[in-house]
Design a protein around this ligand. Structure first.
Ligand code: SF4
Length: 376
């Protein structure tokens, strides 16, 4: 049998609407032949068309990182600082509200908020009260604004600091006005990898537990993968398989919320801590690798997670536009300011105007449409 036939049968299986297996996804992801890779791209593009149509969406949002003071030391992170260290910041409520007001004036419908794990961020001795204060300030002034805030890692941090259950924390945040959770801190859901790149972070099981709990409580989440560092194709696909199972669980249990989208976040090494940077030996993401992973993610996940988004911050607008031909149907948000990846040396910029996003989509001859955070 020639080498084309097995690939074609996997792609035909996907085109028939069936899920491909973990082994089949690994086979696709390890192809190096240009013609076969083009077949994989075409399949992802056809499935994207079938599953979500031709329109490419974007959201007008503002990223808001309220502090970079963090107790952890992830080996890919150029954002974190110790208190008092050069470059450390911690915004007070007034500074946060100035940024939120500016976002609303620029027609943002969403604030995406995450921060470092700052043990001093407390009110009356509790971490949760500090977070609730920020939410209350934003929501009392702008109740319509969608608050997409606090990763599963931050949920665990608050719970640990205050000796609460994850459920108590999620419900309290939800009642105060958090509308959905970013599915960040997933990195790669493989504990051997996590021990190297984020040894102090929650393990895979806890990440999955918190996200599933959020779904069961009616809180939508996104999902992400930090790609292109020390992980192998098998670990990337195992990560996708866990996301697919998580989404199936939300559907099977008829949870009122689930995963809204999948985003690949390729590692930017330029300013990252030296040990991992040296090991990866690449400052900027490898676009070809990211595009193939993008296509395989659409093929593997698309029946379950329909919205796929590239990161223009990490790939640049040109790279993100190219990813729209490899299975993506959303180009992300305007962000207005970005710290985490730009401090790592990303060259994509920190702000994208609506016009630039629309122009990039239109350059492919595809229609564009503004969306809400939950794709309604
Ligand atoms: S990735 Fe997040 S948790 Fe890890 S060091 Fe950076 S800010 Fe802290």
């Amino acid at each position: 049998m020639n080498k084309i036939q097995p690939i074609k049968s996997i792609l035909n299986k996907a085109l028939s609407g069936a899920d491909i297996s973990v082994n089949e996804a690994v086979i696709l992801l390890t192809q190096t032949d240009a013609e076969l890779i083009e077949n994989i791209r075409e399949t992802a593009d056809i499935l994207r068309q079938k599953q979500v149509g031709n329109t490419v969406t974007y959201v007008i949002n503002r990223n808001l990182n309220f502090t970079n003071i963090c107790e952890q030391h992830c080996s890919f992170c150029a954002f974190r600082r110790d208190e008092g260290e050069n470059g450390a910041f911690w915004l007070d409520i007034n500074q946060i509200m100035t940024k939120v007001k500016d976002a609303v004036e620029r027609e943002a419908t969403e604030i995406c908020m995450q921060g470092g794990l700052n043990t001093k961020a407390k009110k009356n001795g509790t971490s949760l009260a500090y977070y609730l204060d920020i939410i209350n300030a934003i929501k009392s002034e702008y109740p319509e604004l969608h608050l997409h805030a606090f990763s599963p890692q931050e949920i665990q941090f608050i719970a640990r600091e205050d000796n609460l259950s994850y459920k108590q924390v999620i419900i309290a945040l939800q009642n105060a006005g958090v509308d959905s959770l970013p599915g960040t801190a997933a990195e790669v859901l493989d504990d051997n990898i996590r021990k190297i790149i984020c040894p102090e972070k929650i393990n895979s099981e806890t990440w999955l537990e918190i996200v599933s709990l959020a779904h069961s409580l009616g809180m939508f989440t996104t999902s992400t993968m930090l790609s292109g560092h020390i992980e192998k194709p098998e670990q990337q696909i195992a990560h996708l398989a866990q996301l697919r199972a998580l989404q199936k669980k939300a559907i099977d249990h008829q949870y009122s919320a689930r995963i809204t989208e999948f985003i690949i976040l390729p590692f930017v090494g330029q300013e990252a801590p030296l040990p991992l940077r040296r090991r990866v030996n690449r400052d900027q993401p490898n676009l070809a690798d990211t595009l193939l992973l993008t296509a395989v993610s659409r093929i593997f996940l698309g029946n379950w997670i329909k919205n796929h988004q590239p990161s223009w911050v990490k790939l640049g607008l040109k790279g993100a536009t190219e990813a729209l031909k490899w299975g993506c149907n959303d180009i992300g948000g305007t962000l207005m300011e970005e710290h985490i990846t730009s401090m790592a040396g990303a060259q994509g910029g920190t702000f994208m105007s609506v016009k630039s996003l629309q122009g990039a989509i239109a350059s492919l001859g595809r229609p564009y449409q503004q969306r809400t955070t939950l794709y309604s």
